[in-house]
Design a protein around this ligand. Structure first.
Ligand SMILES: [Zn+2]
Length: 170
């Protein structure tokens, strides 16, 4: 009996470690909001399409790329400029294509393994995010889990959505 209890405890400890080996969320602050009623943020209503959002420091505008290759340069709105931090390297926004609840997810545009603000993931049409430096790949349609090699999940941010306004705060 003692042996069984010991084995059960050992199993619990092992499972516990597995589950907690990576902290969920992100260590980086983020504050951003956008109106999904206007372009290009209205693309966020289509599951499987992702927007990569970062600040172009030269123009002072937001440089936004959609996962189909579209590019947009948008000036910061009043609300955006009041509260503005984009995590480590920028944000990736979108509804996973197989989402059950249809909620918009937010990931960091930075590679969680390289952990540098200048290393930005490239998002393709199938919803895969690839790091140009370490070449690891994560699935945005798969909760930001690594799909090539062993790697921590993408940094993620919680999202609130009300009256068409998407807000990210971390
Ligand atoms: Zn990397």
């Amino acid at each position: 009996m003692k042996r069984v209890v010991f084995l059960a405890l050992a199993l619990l400890v092992t499972l516990g470690c597995e589950k907690n080996s990576y902290r969920k969320g992100s260590p980086y602050p983020a504050a951003f909001s956008c109106d999904t009623g206007i372009s290009p943020y209205n693309l966020l209503k289509t599951p499987g399409i992702y927007l990569s959002v970062r600040l172009n420091r030269t123009t002072g505008k937001l440089h936004i790329t959609d996962s189909n290759g579209g590019k947009y340069d948008e000036p910061l709105t009043d609300i955006q400029s009041r509260q503005f931090t984009l995590g480590l390297a920028g944000l990736i926004l979108g509804i996973p294509s197989l989402s059950e609840n249809g909620q918009i997810c937010a990931f960091d545009l930075g590679c969680p393994e390289c952990d540098e603000s200048s290393v930005r993931l490239k998002v393709d049409q199938s919803g895969n995010a690839t790091c140009p430096k370490c070449e690891r790949v994560w699935g945005l349609n798969n909760n930001g889990i690594a799909i090539s090699g062993k790697a921590r999940p993408l940094y993620s941010y919680s999202v609130t959505y009300s009256n068409g306004i998407l807000t990210i705060l971390n």
